[in-house]
Design a protein. Sequence first.
Length: 634
Amino acid sequence: MRHRVYREMNRIANQLIQDQSEDGAWHYPFETGIATDCSMIILLRTLEINDEEFIKELVKRIAGKQQEDGSWKLFHDEEKGNLTSTVEAYYALLYSGYRDGKDPEILAARRFIMDNGGATEVHMFLKIMLALTGQCEWPHLPINIEVMLLPDSFPINLFDLSVYGRANIIPFLILANTNFRKRTPRSPNLSDLFQNKEVRFFSEDQTEEARSIIKMIKQGIQGLKSPVNLRELALYRAEKYMLDRIEPDGTFLNYFSATSLMIFALLARGYSNTHPVITRAVQGLKSMTSRIDGELHCQYTTASVWNTTLISYALQESGLPYSSNTIQKANHYILSRQHIKYGDWAIHEPNMLPGGWGFADLNTIHPDIDDTTAALRAIRTLALEQAETRQAWDRGVNWLISMQNKDGGWPAFEKNVDKKVLNLLPIEGGKDLLIDPSTADLTGRTLEFFGNYTHLDYHHPMVKRGIRWLLRHQNSDGSWVGRWGVYIYGTWAAVTGMVAVGVAPNHPAIQKALTWLRKIQNPDGGWGESCKSDIKNCYVPLGESTRTHTAWALDTLIAAATGVTPEIEYGAAFLVNKKEKDWTTTYPKGRGMAGSFYLNYHCYEYVFPLISLAHYQKLAGGQLLKGESHKDFS
Protein backbone atom coordinates (compact mmCIF):
# COMPACT_ATOMS: atom_id res chain seq x y z
CA MET A 1 0.00 0.00 0.00
CA ARG A 2 2.77 2.45 0.92
CA HIS A 3 4.41 1.97 -2.46
CA ARG A 4 1.11 2.72 -4.26
CA VAL A 5 0.64 5.83 -2.13
CA TYR A 6 4.17 6.97 -2.94
CA ARG A 7 3.54 6.40 -6.66
CA GLU A 8 0.28 8.40 -6.58
CA MET A 9 1.98 11.23 -4.72
CA ASN A 10 4.67 11.34 -7.38
CA ARG A 11 2.07 11.34 -10.14
CA ILE A 12 0.27 14.33 -8.60
CA ALA A 13 3.51 16.20 -7.86
CA ASN A 14 4.80 15.70 -11.40
CA GLN A 15 1.51 16.98 -12.81
CA LEU A 16 1.66 20.06 -10.60
CA ILE A 17 5.29 20.79 -11.51
CA GLN A 18 4.39 20.45 -15.19
CA ASP A 19 1.39 22.83 -14.86
CA GLN A 20 3.27 25.67 -13.16
CA SER A 21 3.31 28.91 -15.17
CA GLU A 22 6.44 30.91 -15.98
CA ASP A 23 5.52 33.53 -13.36
CA GLY A 24 5.64 30.81 -10.68
CA ALA A 25 1.88 30.69 -10.19
CA TRP A 26 -0.71 28.05 -10.93
CA HIS A 27 -3.57 29.52 -12.92
CA TYR A 28 -6.00 26.60 -12.66
CA PRO A 29 -9.60 27.63 -13.44
CA PHE A 30 -11.97 28.88 -10.78
CA GLU A 31 -15.26 27.59 -12.19
CA THR A 32 -18.67 28.87 -11.13
CA GLY A 33 -21.20 27.47 -13.60
CA ILE A 34 -22.66 29.54 -16.45
CA ALA A 35 -23.87 32.66 -14.59
CA THR A 36 -20.82 34.76 -15.43
CA ASP A 37 -20.80 33.59 -19.05
CA CYS A 38 -24.44 34.63 -19.41
CA SER A 39 -23.86 37.95 -17.65
CA MET A 40 -20.93 38.73 -19.93
CA ILE A 41 -23.05 38.29 -23.05
CA ILE A 42 -25.79 40.51 -21.59
CA LEU A 43 -23.19 43.12 -20.56
CA LEU A 44 -21.46 43.21 -23.95
CA ARG A 45 -24.74 43.42 -25.85
CA THR A 46 -26.02 46.19 -23.54
CA LEU A 47 -22.80 48.16 -24.09
CA GLU A 48 -23.11 47.38 -27.82
CA ILE A 49 -19.62 45.88 -27.90
CA ASN A 50 -19.81 43.51 -30.84
CA ASP A 51 -17.03 41.09 -29.98
CA GLU A 52 -18.61 38.31 -32.00
CA GLU A 53 -15.99 35.57 -31.74
CA PHE A 54 -15.86 36.01 -27.95
CA ILE A 55 -19.67 35.90 -27.69
CA LYS A 56 -19.90 32.84 -29.97
CA GLU A 57 -17.50 30.95 -27.71
CA LEU A 58 -19.57 31.77 -24.63
CA VAL A 59 -22.74 30.72 -26.44
CA LYS A 60 -21.15 27.37 -27.26
CA ARG A 61 -20.25 26.71 -23.61
CA ILE A 62 -23.65 27.76 -22.28
CA ALA A 63 -25.60 25.77 -24.87
CA GLY A 64 -23.47 22.70 -24.21
CA LYS A 65 -24.58 22.59 -20.56
CA GLN A 66 -28.33 22.40 -21.26
CA GLN A 67 -30.16 19.37 -19.84
CA GLU A 68 -32.58 17.14 -21.73
CA ASP A 69 -35.62 18.82 -20.13
CA GLY A 70 -34.47 22.21 -21.44
CA SER A 71 -33.07 23.44 -18.10
CA TRP A 72 -29.63 24.21 -16.73
CA LYS A 73 -28.39 22.85 -13.38
CA LEU A 74 -26.11 24.26 -10.70
CA PHE A 75 -24.75 20.83 -9.76
CA HIS A 76 -25.04 17.22 -10.90
CA ASP A 77 -27.50 15.90 -8.30
CA GLU A 78 -29.89 18.86 -8.32
CA GLU A 79 -33.26 17.08 -8.55
CA LYS A 80 -34.54 19.21 -11.39
CA GLY A 81 -33.07 22.07 -13.33
CA ASN A 82 -32.35 25.41 -11.71
CA LEU A 83 -34.84 28.13 -12.60
CA THR A 84 -32.43 31.05 -12.19
CA SER A 85 -29.72 29.38 -14.29
CA THR A 86 -32.26 28.54 -16.96
CA VAL A 87 -33.60 32.11 -17.21
CA GLU A 88 -30.00 33.42 -17.33
CA ALA A 89 -29.12 31.06 -20.16
CA TYR A 90 -32.37 31.71 -22.03
CA TYR A 91 -31.84 35.49 -21.84
CA ALA A 92 -28.15 35.37 -22.79
CA LEU A 93 -28.64 32.99 -25.72
CA LEU A 94 -31.46 35.10 -27.17
CA TYR A 95 -29.57 38.37 -26.61
CA SER A 96 -26.47 36.90 -28.28
CA GLY A 97 -28.40 36.69 -31.55
CA TYR A 98 -26.99 33.21 -32.19
CA ARG A 99 -30.10 31.45 -30.95
CA ASP A 100 -33.69 32.10 -32.02
CA GLY A 101 -36.89 31.94 -29.98
CA LYS A 102 -38.14 29.16 -32.28
CA ASP A 103 -35.10 26.91 -31.80
CA PRO A 104 -36.14 23.62 -30.15
CA GLU A 105 -33.61 24.09 -27.30
CA ILE A 106 -34.87 27.61 -26.58
CA LEU A 107 -38.50 26.46 -26.66
CA ALA A 108 -37.62 23.66 -24.22
CA ALA A 109 -35.97 26.19 -21.90
CA ARG A 110 -39.02 28.44 -22.07
CA ARG A 111 -41.34 25.52 -21.20
CA PHE A 112 -39.20 24.70 -18.17
CA ILE A 113 -39.27 28.35 -17.03
CA MET A 114 -43.04 28.65 -17.38
CA ASP A 115 -43.64 25.31 -15.64
CA ASN A 116 -41.56 26.42 -12.66
CA GLY A 117 -43.06 29.79 -11.80
CA GLY A 118 -41.62 32.07 -14.46
CA ALA A 119 -38.98 34.78 -14.20
CA THR A 120 -40.51 36.40 -11.10
CA GLU A 121 -39.17 33.51 -9.02
CA VAL A 122 -35.47 33.86 -9.91
CA HIS A 123 -32.68 34.82 -7.51
CA MET A 124 -32.32 38.47 -6.51
CA PHE A 125 -29.12 39.07 -8.50
CA LEU A 126 -30.86 38.04 -11.72
CA LYS A 127 -33.89 40.19 -10.84
CA ILE A 128 -31.48 43.15 -10.69
CA MET A 129 -30.06 42.26 -14.12
CA LEU A 130 -33.55 41.90 -15.61
CA ALA A 131 -34.62 45.28 -14.20
CA LEU A 132 -31.56 47.26 -15.23
CA THR A 133 -31.64 45.87 -18.79
CA GLY A 134 -35.28 46.84 -19.16
CA GLN A 135 -36.91 43.42 -19.00
CA CYS A 136 -39.11 44.28 -16.01
CA GLU A 137 -40.00 47.25 -13.83
CA TRP A 138 -37.70 48.03 -10.92
CA PRO A 139 -39.22 46.53 -7.77
CA HIS A 140 -39.73 48.85 -4.82
CA LEU A 141 -36.63 49.15 -2.64
CA PRO A 142 -37.35 50.51 0.86
CA ILE A 143 -33.71 51.54 1.43
CA ASN A 144 -32.67 54.90 -0.06
CA ILE A 145 -29.23 55.73 -1.42
CA GLU A 146 -28.77 58.18 1.49
CA VAL A 147 -27.85 55.14 3.60
CA MET A 148 -24.36 55.80 2.17
CA LEU A 149 -24.17 58.88 4.39
CA LEU A 150 -24.89 57.23 7.73
CA PRO A 151 -21.84 57.70 9.98
CA ASP A 152 -19.76 54.77 11.24
CA SER A 153 -21.16 55.50 14.71
CA PHE A 154 -24.73 54.71 13.59
CA PRO A 155 -25.93 51.27 14.87
CA ILE A 156 -26.15 49.98 11.30
CA ASN A 157 -23.85 51.48 8.67
CA LEU A 158 -22.11 50.63 5.43
CA PHE A 159 -19.08 49.07 7.09
CA ASP A 160 -21.21 46.64 9.06
CA LEU A 161 -21.65 44.79 5.76
CA SER A 162 -19.10 42.25 4.55
CA VAL A 163 -16.67 43.54 1.93
CA TYR A 164 -18.33 41.21 -0.58
CA GLY A 165 -21.76 42.53 0.38
CA ARG A 166 -20.66 46.17 0.12
CA ALA A 167 -19.07 45.58 -3.29
CA ASN A 168 -22.36 44.34 -4.73
CA ILE A 169 -24.86 46.42 -2.75
CA ILE A 170 -23.33 49.86 -3.40
CA PRO A 171 -23.69 49.78 -7.22
CA PHE A 172 -27.08 48.13 -6.73
CA LEU A 173 -28.21 51.07 -4.57
CA ILE A 174 -27.24 53.51 -7.34
CA LEU A 175 -29.18 51.49 -9.93
CA ALA A 176 -32.28 50.89 -7.81
CA ASN A 177 -32.49 54.49 -6.60
CA THR A 178 -32.20 55.90 -10.13
CA ASN A 179 -34.44 53.22 -11.70
CA PHE A 180 -31.77 52.81 -14.36
CA ARG A 181 -32.88 50.86 -17.46
CA LYS A 182 -30.97 50.29 -20.69
CA ARG A 183 -32.34 48.42 -23.67
CA THR A 184 -30.79 48.18 -27.12
CA PRO A 185 -32.15 47.33 -30.59
CA ARG A 186 -30.95 43.75 -29.96
CA SER A 187 -32.74 43.34 -26.61
CA PRO A 188 -35.06 40.32 -26.64
CA ASN A 189 -38.53 40.65 -25.18
CA LEU A 190 -38.87 38.48 -22.07
CA SER A 191 -42.14 39.99 -20.84
CA ASP A 192 -44.05 36.73 -21.33
CA LEU A 193 -41.80 34.98 -18.80
CA PHE A 194 -43.19 37.06 -15.93
CA GLN A 195 -46.76 35.65 -16.23
CA ASN A 196 -48.18 39.09 -15.30
CA LYS A 197 -46.73 38.80 -11.79
CA GLU A 198 -44.98 41.66 -10.04
CA VAL A 199 -41.25 41.24 -9.44
CA ARG A 200 -40.22 41.84 -5.83
CA PHE A 201 -36.86 42.09 -4.08
CA PHE A 202 -38.26 41.56 -0.62
CA SER A 203 -41.05 39.25 0.47
CA GLU A 204 -44.39 40.78 1.44
CA ASP A 205 -44.51 38.93 4.74
CA GLN A 206 -41.52 40.69 6.32
CA THR A 207 -40.91 39.94 9.97
CA GLU A 208 -41.48 42.61 12.57
CA GLU A 209 -37.73 42.66 13.19
CA ALA A 210 -36.99 43.32 9.50
CA ARG A 211 -39.51 46.17 9.40
CA SER A 212 -38.00 47.70 12.55
CA ILE A 213 -34.47 47.58 11.07
CA ILE A 214 -35.64 49.29 7.86
CA LYS A 215 -37.50 51.86 9.98
CA MET A 216 -34.37 52.56 12.03
CA ILE A 217 -32.31 53.07 8.84
CA LYS A 218 -34.95 55.46 7.49
CA GLN A 219 -34.97 57.41 10.74
CA GLY A 220 -31.18 57.63 10.61
CA ILE A 221 -31.38 59.04 7.08
CA GLN A 222 -34.06 61.55 8.12
CA GLY A 223 -31.77 62.74 10.90
CA LEU A 224 -28.94 63.63 8.52
CA LYS A 225 -28.24 67.35 8.28
CA SER A 226 -26.48 68.92 5.31
CA PRO A 227 -26.60 72.20 3.39
CA VAL A 228 -26.27 70.30 0.11
CA ASN A 229 -28.54 67.90 -1.75
CA LEU A 230 -28.26 64.69 0.28
CA ARG A 231 -29.35 62.46 -2.57
CA GLU A 232 -26.70 63.78 -4.96
CA LEU A 233 -24.07 63.64 -2.24
CA ALA A 234 -24.97 60.00 -1.52
CA LEU A 235 -24.82 59.09 -5.22
CA TYR A 236 -21.43 60.79 -5.49
CA ARG A 237 -20.13 58.95 -2.42
CA ALA A 238 -21.32 55.60 -3.80
CA GLU A 239 -19.62 56.33 -7.12
CA LYS A 240 -16.39 57.36 -5.36
CA TYR A 241 -16.43 54.22 -3.20
CA MET A 242 -16.33 52.09 -6.36
CA LEU A 243 -13.75 54.18 -8.21
CA ASP A 244 -11.41 54.17 -5.21
CA ARG A 245 -11.42 50.35 -5.18
CA ILE A 246 -10.66 49.62 -8.81
CA GLU A 247 -7.83 47.11 -9.06
CA PRO A 248 -4.87 47.31 -11.50
CA ASP A 249 -6.80 45.29 -14.11
CA GLY A 250 -9.71 47.78 -14.09
CA THR A 251 -12.14 45.56 -12.18
CA PHE A 252 -13.94 46.48 -8.97
CA LEU A 253 -12.24 44.35 -6.30
CA ASN A 254 -11.63 41.60 -8.90
CA TYR A 255 -15.24 40.34 -8.57
CA PHE A 256 -17.26 39.74 -11.74
CA SER A 257 -20.65 40.59 -10.24
CA ALA A 258 -19.41 43.75 -8.50
CA THR A 259 -17.60 44.91 -11.65
CA SER A 260 -20.55 44.36 -13.97
CA LEU A 261 -22.86 46.14 -11.51
CA MET A 262 -20.33 48.97 -11.26
CA ILE A 263 -20.34 49.36 -15.05
CA PHE A 264 -24.14 49.69 -15.10
CA ALA A 265 -24.04 52.03 -12.07
CA LEU A 266 -21.55 54.29 -13.87
CA LEU A 267 -23.85 54.35 -16.90
CA ALA A 268 -26.60 55.46 -14.50
CA ARG A 269 -24.28 58.25 -13.33
CA GLY A 270 -23.94 59.51 -16.90
CA TYR A 271 -20.78 57.76 -18.08
CA SER A 272 -20.77 56.84 -21.78
CA ASN A 273 -20.45 53.25 -23.03
CA THR A 274 -16.91 54.07 -24.16
CA HIS A 275 -15.72 55.91 -21.04
CA PRO A 276 -12.15 54.73 -20.21
CA VAL A 277 -13.18 53.42 -16.77
CA ILE A 278 -15.88 51.25 -18.36
CA THR A 279 -13.63 50.12 -21.21
CA ARG A 280 -10.91 49.10 -18.73
CA ALA A 281 -13.43 47.29 -16.54
CA VAL A 282 -14.70 45.26 -19.51
CA GLN A 283 -11.12 44.42 -20.49
CA GLY A 284 -10.44 43.40 -16.90
CA LEU A 285 -13.38 40.99 -16.95
CA LYS A 286 -12.20 39.56 -20.24
CA SER A 287 -8.69 39.10 -18.86
CA MET A 288 -10.13 36.85 -16.14
CA THR A 289 -11.36 34.31 -18.68
CA SER A 290 -10.05 30.76 -18.60
CA ARG A 291 -10.30 27.69 -20.82
CA ILE A 292 -11.90 24.54 -19.47
CA ASP A 293 -11.68 21.52 -21.77
CA GLY A 294 -11.02 23.97 -24.59
CA GLU A 295 -14.11 26.07 -23.88
CA LEU A 296 -14.06 29.74 -22.85
CA HIS A 297 -15.32 30.51 -19.33
CA CYS A 298 -15.64 33.93 -17.70
CA GLN A 299 -14.27 33.33 -14.22
CA TYR A 300 -15.96 35.06 -11.29
CA THR A 301 -12.43 35.96 -10.21
CA THR A 302 -9.02 34.39 -10.60
CA ALA A 303 -7.80 31.97 -7.93
CA SER A 304 -4.10 32.31 -8.72
CA VAL A 305 -2.89 33.27 -5.22
CA TRP A 306 -5.05 30.61 -3.54
CA ASN A 307 -3.95 27.94 -6.03
CA THR A 308 -0.29 28.82 -5.69
CA THR A 309 -0.14 29.07 -1.91
CA LEU A 310 -1.93 25.74 -1.50
CA ILE A 311 0.16 23.95 -4.12
CA SER A 312 3.50 25.27 -2.84
CA TYR A 313 2.56 24.14 0.67
CA ALA A 314 1.31 20.73 -0.55
CA LEU A 315 4.48 20.03 -2.53
CA GLN A 316 6.67 20.97 0.44
CA GLU A 317 4.50 18.91 2.78
CA SER A 318 5.02 15.91 0.51
CA GLY A 319 8.79 16.31 0.60
CA LEU A 320 9.79 18.60 -2.26
CA PRO A 321 12.55 20.81 -0.82
CA TYR A 322 11.98 24.55 -0.62
CA SER A 323 15.26 25.00 -2.54
CA SER A 324 13.78 23.34 -5.64
CA ASN A 325 13.17 25.57 -8.66
CA THR A 326 9.40 24.90 -8.48
CA ILE A 327 9.08 26.12 -4.89
CA GLN A 328 11.49 29.03 -5.40
CA LYS A 329 9.43 30.31 -8.34
CA ALA A 330 6.14 29.79 -6.47
CA ASN A 331 7.33 31.57 -3.37
CA HIS A 332 8.71 34.48 -5.40
CA TYR A 333 5.21 34.89 -6.87
CA ILE A 334 3.57 34.57 -3.44
CA LEU A 335 5.84 37.21 -1.89
CA SER A 336 5.09 39.57 -4.79
CA ARG A 337 1.38 39.36 -3.95
CA GLN A 338 1.56 40.34 -0.28
CA HIS A 339 -0.56 43.43 0.34
CA ILE A 340 1.05 46.77 1.10
CA LYS A 341 -2.08 48.94 0.77
CA TYR A 342 -4.75 49.58 3.39
CA GLY A 343 -8.21 48.28 2.56
CA ASP A 344 -11.61 48.50 4.24
CA TRP A 345 -10.36 46.05 6.89
CA ALA A 346 -8.42 48.97 8.42
CA ILE A 347 -11.70 50.65 9.43
CA HIS A 348 -12.19 47.85 11.98
CA GLU A 349 -8.48 47.50 12.83
CA PRO A 350 -6.92 50.95 12.25
CA ASN A 351 -3.68 50.37 14.16
CA MET A 352 -2.41 47.44 12.09
CA LEU A 353 -0.05 47.58 9.10
CA PRO A 354 -1.05 45.74 5.89
CA GLY A 355 0.45 42.28 5.55
CA GLY A 356 -2.21 39.86 4.36
CA TRP A 357 -2.75 38.14 1.04
CA GLY A 358 -5.81 38.12 -1.22
CA PHE A 359 -7.38 35.40 -3.35
CA ALA A 360 -6.99 36.70 -6.90
CA ASP A 361 -3.93 37.45 -9.01
CA LEU A 362 -4.44 41.22 -9.04
CA ASN A 363 -6.15 41.60 -5.68
CA THR A 364 -4.29 44.37 -3.83
CA ILE A 365 -6.73 45.82 -1.26
CA HIS A 366 -8.96 43.16 0.25
CA PRO A 367 -6.87 40.42 1.84
CA ASP A 368 -8.42 37.43 3.56
CA ILE A 369 -7.51 35.17 6.44
CA ASP A 370 -7.49 31.90 4.46
CA ASP A 371 -5.08 33.12 1.79
CA THR A 372 -2.86 34.69 4.43
CA THR A 373 -2.45 31.45 6.42
CA ALA A 374 -1.91 29.52 3.17
CA ALA A 375 0.77 31.98 2.00
CA LEU A 376 2.51 31.88 5.38
CA ARG A 377 2.58 28.06 5.33
CA ALA A 378 4.19 28.18 1.88
CA ILE A 379 6.96 30.67 2.78
CA ARG A 380 7.68 29.35 6.29
CA THR A 381 10.96 27.58 5.52
CA LEU A 382 12.25 30.47 3.43
CA ALA A 383 11.38 32.88 6.24
CA LEU A 384 13.68 30.93 8.58
CA GLU A 385 16.67 31.62 6.37
CA GLN A 386 16.10 34.92 4.59
CA ALA A 387 15.70 38.24 6.43
CA GLU A 388 13.53 39.88 3.77
CA THR A 389 11.12 36.95 3.74
CA ARG A 390 11.14 36.97 7.54
CA GLN A 391 9.88 40.57 7.47
CA ALA A 392 7.06 39.56 5.12
CA TRP A 393 6.29 36.63 7.41
CA ASP A 394 6.16 38.86 10.50
CA ARG A 395 3.83 41.36 8.79
CA GLY A 396 1.52 38.51 7.74
CA VAL A 397 1.46 36.89 11.19
CA ASN A 398 0.79 40.22 12.91
CA TRP A 399 -2.06 41.00 10.53
CA LEU A 400 -3.52 37.54 11.10
CA ILE A 401 -3.39 37.88 14.88
CA SER A 402 -5.12 41.26 14.67
CA MET A 403 -8.03 39.79 12.69
CA GLN A 404 -9.37 37.59 15.50
CA ASN A 405 -12.99 38.51 16.26
CA LYS A 406 -14.05 39.49 19.76
CA ASP A 407 -15.98 36.18 20.01
CA GLY A 408 -12.70 34.24 19.63
CA GLY A 409 -13.13 32.99 16.05
CA TRP A 410 -11.76 34.24 12.75
CA PRO A 411 -13.78 35.70 9.84
CA ALA A 412 -12.99 35.55 6.13
CA PHE A 413 -12.13 39.19 5.38
CA GLU A 414 -12.73 41.74 8.14
CA LYS A 415 -12.84 41.89 11.91
CA ASN A 416 -16.11 42.02 13.89
CA VAL A 417 -18.37 42.43 10.84
CA ASP A 418 -20.94 40.14 12.40
CA LYS A 419 -24.05 42.02 13.45
CA LYS A 420 -26.57 39.16 13.28
CA VAL A 421 -29.41 41.69 13.14
CA LEU A 422 -28.54 42.27 9.46
CA ASN A 423 -29.50 38.67 8.69
CA LEU A 424 -33.07 39.65 9.53
CA LEU A 425 -33.24 41.85 6.42
CA PRO A 426 -35.35 39.99 3.83
CA ILE A 427 -32.54 39.82 1.24
CA GLU A 428 -32.24 36.54 -0.65
CA GLY A 429 -28.92 34.86 0.16
CA GLY A 430 -28.37 37.45 2.87
CA LYS A 431 -26.71 35.11 5.34
CA ASP A 432 -23.90 34.48 2.82
CA LEU A 433 -23.74 38.10 1.65
CA LEU A 434 -24.39 40.62 4.40
CA ILE A 435 -22.04 39.76 7.25
CA ASP A 436 -18.63 38.14 7.73
CA PRO A 437 -18.85 36.21 11.01
CA SER A 438 -16.41 33.78 12.62
CA THR A 439 -16.62 30.38 10.93
CA ALA A 440 -15.35 26.90 11.70
CA ASP A 441 -13.20 26.59 8.58
CA LEU A 442 -11.43 29.95 9.03
CA THR A 443 -10.99 29.45 12.76
CA GLY A 444 -9.76 25.87 12.39
CA ARG A 445 -7.30 26.65 9.58
CA THR A 446 -5.92 29.63 11.51
CA LEU A 447 -5.40 27.53 14.64
CA GLU A 448 -3.72 24.84 12.53
CA PHE A 449 -1.33 27.46 11.20
CA PHE A 450 -0.48 28.82 14.65
CA GLY A 451 -0.04 25.33 16.09
CA ASN A 452 2.11 23.83 13.35
CA TYR A 453 4.02 26.89 12.17
CA THR A 454 4.46 29.20 15.18
CA HIS A 455 4.30 26.56 17.93
CA LEU A 456 1.56 28.33 19.86
CA ASP A 457 -0.69 25.96 21.77
CA TYR A 458 -3.81 25.95 23.92
CA HIS A 459 -2.00 27.77 26.74
CA HIS A 460 -1.90 30.96 24.67
CA PRO A 461 -4.96 33.20 25.38
CA MET A 462 -5.62 33.87 21.67
CA VAL A 463 -5.54 30.16 20.85
CA LYS A 464 -7.64 29.27 23.88
CA ARG A 465 -10.35 31.67 22.71
CA GLY A 466 -10.30 30.11 19.24
CA ILE A 467 -10.67 26.61 20.66
CA ARG A 468 -13.56 27.71 22.85
CA TRP A 469 -15.28 29.24 19.83
CA LEU A 470 -15.01 25.93 17.95
CA LEU A 471 -16.25 23.88 20.88
CA ARG A 472 -19.28 26.17 21.23
CA HIS A 473 -20.14 25.79 17.55
CA GLN A 474 -19.88 22.03 17.07
CA ASN A 475 -23.09 20.46 15.75
CA SER A 476 -24.91 17.84 17.80
CA ASP A 477 -23.84 15.07 15.37
CA GLY A 478 -20.15 15.94 15.88
CA SER A 479 -19.62 17.91 12.65
CA TRP A 480 -18.82 21.56 12.02
CA VAL A 481 -20.20 23.57 9.11
CA GLY A 482 -17.71 25.51 6.98
CA ARG A 483 -18.32 28.77 5.15
CA TRP A 484 -16.37 27.97 1.96
CA GLY A 485 -16.98 24.22 1.97
CA VAL A 486 -19.75 22.57 3.96
CA TYR A 487 -19.79 19.85 6.66
CA ILE A 488 -16.84 17.61 5.76
CA TYR A 489 -14.71 20.68 5.05
CA GLY A 490 -15.70 22.45 8.27
CA THR A 491 -15.05 19.32 10.32
CA TRP A 492 -11.63 18.81 8.72
CA ALA A 493 -10.63 22.39 9.50
CA ALA A 494 -11.88 22.29 13.10
CA VAL A 495 -10.31 18.96 14.06
CA THR A 496 -6.93 19.51 12.39
CA GLY A 497 -6.83 23.00 13.91
CA MET A 498 -7.54 21.86 17.45
CA VAL A 499 -5.13 18.92 17.29
CA ALA A 500 -2.38 21.24 16.00
CA VAL A 501 -2.66 23.48 19.08
CA GLY A 502 -2.54 20.58 21.49
CA VAL A 503 -6.14 19.54 22.07
CA ALA A 504 -5.91 15.82 22.87
CA PRO A 505 -7.29 13.47 20.19
CA ASN A 506 -9.31 11.74 22.91
CA HIS A 507 -11.13 14.99 23.72
CA PRO A 508 -14.90 14.25 23.54
CA ALA A 509 -15.47 16.86 20.79
CA ILE A 510 -12.79 15.36 18.55
CA GLN A 511 -13.94 11.80 19.21
CA LYS A 512 -17.49 12.82 18.35
CA ALA A 513 -16.30 14.31 15.05
CA LEU A 514 -14.29 11.20 14.17
CA THR A 515 -17.28 8.97 14.92
CA TRP A 516 -19.39 11.10 12.57
CA LEU A 517 -16.79 10.87 9.79
CA ARG A 518 -16.46 7.10 10.14
CA LYS A 519 -20.26 6.79 10.03
CA ILE A 520 -20.55 8.66 6.72
CA GLN A 521 -17.67 6.86 4.96
CA ASN A 522 -18.83 5.19 1.73
CA PRO A 523 -18.43 1.45 1.05
CA ASP A 524 -15.71 2.25 -1.53
CA GLY A 525 -13.61 3.86 1.21
CA GLY A 526 -14.21 7.44 0.11
CA TRP A 527 -16.46 10.30 1.15
CA GLY A 528 -18.75 12.61 -0.81
CA GLU A 529 -20.98 15.54 0.16
CA SER A 530 -23.81 17.05 -1.86
CA CYS A 531 -24.20 20.78 -2.55
CA LYS A 532 -27.67 20.30 -1.06
CA SER A 533 -26.06 20.38 2.40
CA ASP A 534 -25.97 24.16 2.44
CA ILE A 535 -29.53 24.45 1.14
CA LYS A 536 -31.00 22.04 3.70
CA ASN A 537 -28.64 23.13 6.51
CA CYS A 538 -27.72 19.55 7.34
CA TYR A 539 -25.26 17.02 5.95
CA VAL A 540 -26.52 15.46 2.69
CA PRO A 541 -24.45 12.60 1.23
CA LEU A 542 -23.58 12.83 -2.46
CA GLY A 543 -24.06 9.11 -3.04
CA GLU A 544 -20.62 8.92 -4.67
CA SER A 545 -17.12 9.55 -3.40
CA THR A 546 -14.95 12.45 -4.58
CA ARG A 547 -11.19 12.79 -4.24
CA THR A 548 -11.45 16.15 -2.49
CA HIS A 549 -14.04 15.18 0.13
CA THR A 550 -12.12 11.94 0.72
CA ALA A 551 -8.88 13.84 1.21
CA TRP A 552 -10.45 16.16 3.80
CA ALA A 553 -12.05 13.30 5.74
CA LEU A 554 -8.91 11.16 5.55
CA ASP A 555 -6.68 14.01 6.73
CA THR A 556 -9.01 14.56 9.69
CA LEU A 557 -8.78 10.91 10.77
CA ILE A 558 -4.99 10.94 10.32
CA ALA A 559 -4.56 14.11 12.42
CA ALA A 560 -6.09 12.41 15.46
CA ALA A 561 -4.58 8.93 14.92
CA THR A 562 -1.53 7.23 16.42
CA GLY A 563 -1.48 4.53 13.76
CA VAL A 564 -3.16 3.46 10.53
CA THR A 565 -6.75 2.30 11.16
CA PRO A 566 -8.95 0.36 8.71
CA GLU A 567 -10.92 3.56 7.88
CA ILE A 568 -7.69 5.40 7.09
CA GLU A 569 -6.42 2.48 5.00
CA TYR A 570 -9.69 2.36 3.01
CA GLY A 571 -9.64 6.12 2.46
CA ALA A 572 -6.06 6.10 1.20
CA ALA A 573 -6.88 3.13 -1.04
CA PHE A 574 -9.73 5.08 -2.64
CA LEU A 575 -7.34 7.92 -3.51
CA VAL A 576 -4.71 5.64 -5.06
CA ASN A 577 -7.17 3.36 -6.89
CA LYS A 578 -8.70 6.31 -8.82
CA LYS A 579 -12.11 4.68 -9.26
CA GLU A 580 -14.18 7.85 -8.88
CA LYS A 581 -16.88 8.70 -11.44
CA ASP A 582 -15.92 11.27 -14.11
CA TRP A 583 -18.56 13.80 -13.03
CA THR A 584 -17.30 13.88 -9.45
CA THR A 585 -14.08 15.56 -10.63
CA THR A 586 -15.98 18.67 -11.73
CA TYR A 587 -18.56 18.56 -8.94
CA PRO A 588 -18.39 21.81 -6.89
CA LYS A 589 -16.57 21.39 -3.58
CA GLY A 590 -16.89 25.03 -2.51
CA ARG A 591 -19.90 27.12 -1.58
CA GLY A 592 -20.52 30.73 -2.53
CA MET A 593 -24.21 31.43 -1.80
CA ALA A 594 -26.57 28.68 -0.74
CA GLY A 595 -28.79 27.48 -3.56
CA SER A 596 -27.36 29.83 -6.17
CA PHE A 597 -23.57 29.94 -6.37
CA TYR A 598 -21.12 27.03 -6.09
CA LEU A 599 -17.36 26.86 -6.61
CA ASN A 600 -15.27 24.31 -8.47
CA TYR A 601 -11.58 24.81 -7.68
CA HIS A 602 -9.68 22.84 -10.31
CA CYS A 603 -6.56 22.61 -8.13
CA TYR A 604 -8.39 20.76 -5.35
CA GLU A 605 -8.25 17.41 -7.14
CA TYR A 606 -4.46 17.57 -6.84
CA VAL A 607 -3.76 19.56 -3.68
CA PHE A 608 -5.80 17.85 -1.00
CA PRO A 609 -5.16 14.23 -2.06
CA LEU A 610 -1.43 15.06 -2.11
CA ILE A 611 -1.56 16.58 1.39
CA SER A 612 -3.57 13.73 2.92
CA LEU A 613 -1.41 11.05 1.26
CA ALA A 614 1.74 12.80 2.50
CA HIS A 615 0.28 12.73 6.01
CA TYR A 616 -0.67 9.07 5.53
CA GLN A 617 2.93 8.27 4.61
CA LYS A 618 4.19 10.00 7.74
CA LEU A 619 1.68 8.13 9.91
CA ALA A 620 2.61 4.82 8.30
CA GLY A 621 6.33 5.62 8.59
CA GLY A 622 6.80 5.75 4.84
CA GLN A 623 9.15 7.80 2.72
CA LEU A 624 8.26 11.19 1.24
CA LEU A 625 8.77 12.31 -2.35
CA LYS A 626 12.24 11.66 -3.72
CA GLY A 627 13.36 10.65 -0.24
CA GLU A 628 13.43 14.29 0.92
CA SER A 629 12.67 14.99 4.56
CA HIS A 630 11.16 18.16 5.95
CA LYS A 631 13.23 20.86 7.58
CA ASP A 632 13.08 20.73 11.36
CA PHE A 633 10.99 23.75 12.41
CA SER A 634 11.55 23.24 16.12
